[in-house]
Design a protein around this ligand. Structure first.
Ligand code: NAG
Ligand code: NAG
Ligand code: NAG
Ligand code: NAG
Ligand code: NAG
Ligand code: NAG
Ligand code: NAG
Ligand code: NAG
Length: 430
């Protein structure tokens, strides 16, 4: 016991010593050059970076034995001007470079691609521009590359064959155009791929996802990608989030889309898919009840599963939008127009021009619904209600069936055993 405590004490003394390892003189010179070349928030940075113990400077991390700088982490420092490539080039041990959310301008300095040990490179949310050089392929140790929210344009270089360690690749909200580089298919360690909001075009199937067993998140939304949903996605069993919305994808929605056990976000809206969503979608957690006995079918492809469903795991679900078709759904809350609920129970439906067929215990508000089934509560006006034991209030409804309670005025009631109050027109026996 005593020996153990002594060891701990010993470590406690050693630990600060390790973090205050002397800064390698070459790296000290490079960092001073880096800060000297910068503008904007660099004034504060130069103040913070005083003395010669660069390993304890803000945003700087060193290798504990060699004192070589391995980490430079300066996001949100108000830095402006071009990225000082020549100074960076001296940081030959650099493994992590985080310069996101500054205001860097200009093109990527060529020296960046000489930093052969780089594992993480984030330049997101700057004002960088130009084409991305094919020398990117030299950074073969990259696990993270984030170029998002800049002003890059042109093709994504087809150099991913050599970047097989990449786990996170993000380049969203730029002006990247042209076809998807087929070498993306080589990214066997990939977990996250986000190319949202560019002007990428051509067949989505130029990328094969079959060699990406860890892939958890794909966002290609808001591009001009064409073709069918790539069948190679079917093997990505870890997929949690798939957003292909707002492209020009065609074909039918394949049945394997419902086979992902972990999928909690699916957005295929605003494409040109045809047909109905296959029954396998019922398997999606959150779309199915505990017993997986009921689910939904959406038509017209305003289709998405929103993230709340993951927490709920089961129904009730929330369905918004228009022209959806819900089959056998329970306890759902629907808003929007032109929806159709078939055999649904306990749904709350608002909006207008919805159709409810054969459901029970639904609550409808809004106008111009078509309702059949039983035990509904119908408010507002101009609904057509058939079935039994409905409670109809409001006006200008047309009610048929039996045992309905109708209040309000100017409703037309036919059928039998209704309880009618107000000044309604009774066509047949009440
Ligand atoms: C899409 O990217 C452009 C830059 O290309 C950006 O200005 C815009 O805000 C982005 N839109 C969204 C919704 O992210
Ligand atoms: C969908 O893409 C179009 C360009 O095709 C763009 O103008 C629009 O903002 C995108 N919608 C969303 C929600 O991102
Ligand atoms: C689905 O994608 C469309 C188009 O990009 C967008 O307008 C909509 O907000 C998305 N829906 C959800 C629930 O994320
Ligand atoms: C759907 O895509 C069209 C172009 O194909 C675009 O103009 C429109 O803004 C998109 N709608 C949404 C909701 O993103
Ligand atoms: C729903 O689809 C019908 C045609 O089936 C169309 O007339 C109507 O405008 C659509 N409603 C919306 C809100 O897209
Ligand atoms: C569905 O609604 C019924 C009646 O309101 C309720 O008894 C039941 O617990 C609800 N089920 C779920 C899963 O919310
Ligand atoms: C019908 O519903 C109204 C309000 O929802 C309620 O006050 C009334 O008691 C109901 N009538 C019957 C017969 O259930
Ligand atoms: C019902 O119809 C009568 C005339 O037939 C009209 O005066 C009255 O305003 C109507 N009531 C409602 C609530 O529309």
């Amino acid at each position: 016991m005593a020996r153990c405590c002594l060891l701990l004490l010993f470590w406690a003394f050693l630990w600060p010593a390790a973090s205050a390892v002397p800064c390698h003189p070459d790296d000290l010179r490079s960092l001073r050059g880096f800060a000297g070349d910068l503008s904007g928030g660099a004034v504060q940075l130069r103040t913070a970076w005083s003395g010669a113990s660069c390993c304890s400077w803000e945003g700087v991390g060193c290798d504990s034995t060699s004192g070589r700088v391995t980490v430079l982490r300066l996001p949100r420092h108000g830095l402006t001007g071009p990225i000082p490539g020549a100074s960076l080039a001296g940081l030959v041990w650099l493994e992590e470079l985080f310069l996101g959310s500054n205001s860097f301008v200009g093109v990527l300095p060529d020296e960046l691609f000489g930093l052969a040990r780089l594992r993480k490179l984030s330049l997101a949310s700057n004002k960088l521009t130009g084409q991305v050089s094919s020398r990117l392929g030299k950074l073969t140790h990259l696990t993270l590359l984030d170029l998002s929210a800049n002003r890059f344009f042109g093709r994504l270089p087809d150099v991913f064959d050599d970047l097989t360690s990449l786990e996170h690749l993000a380049a969203y909200s730029n002006g990247f155009s042209g076809f998807l580089p087929p070498s993306l298919s080589s990214l066997s360690s990939l977990r996250e791929l986000n190319l949202r909001n560019n002007t990428l075009s051509g067949p989505i199937a130029r990328v094969s996802f079959s060699g990406m067993p860890l892939l958890a998140s794909v966002d290609f939304s808001t591009n001009y990608l064409t073709g069918w949903l790539p069948a190679s996605l079917a093997g990505c069993g870890e997929l949690k989030s798939l957003n292909l919305a707002n492209n020009t994808l065609v074909g039918t929605i394949p049945s394997w889309i419902g086979e992902f056990d972990h999928l909690w976000y699916l957005n295929l809206s605003n494409n040109s898919f045809v047909g109905e969503v296959p029954k396998s979608l019922l398997r999606l957690k959150g779309l199915a009840t505990a017993g997986r006995s009921s689910g939904m079918v959406f038509t017209n492809m305003l289709l998405y599963v929103n993230d709340k469903r993951r927490a709920l795991e089961e129904q009730p679900n929330t369905i918004t939008g228009s022209n959806n078709t819900v089959r056998s759904g329970r306890n759902n809350s629907m808003s929007g127009n032109d929806n159709t609920v078939i055999s649904g129970d306990n749904n709350a439906v608002s909006g207008s021009f919805n159709t409810l067929v054969c459901g029970d215990n639904n609550v409808l508000t809004g106008d111009h619904h078509v309702v059949s089934g039983s035990n509904h509560i119908v408010t507002n006006s101009y609904n057509k209600v058939s079935g039994c034991t409905n409670n109809v209030s409001g006006s200008h409804h047309t009610v048929s069936g039996s045992n309905n309670a109708v209040s309000g005025s100017n409703n037309t009631v036919s059928g039998s055993n209704h309880v009618v109050s107000g000044s309604n027109k009774i066509v047949t026996d009440g």
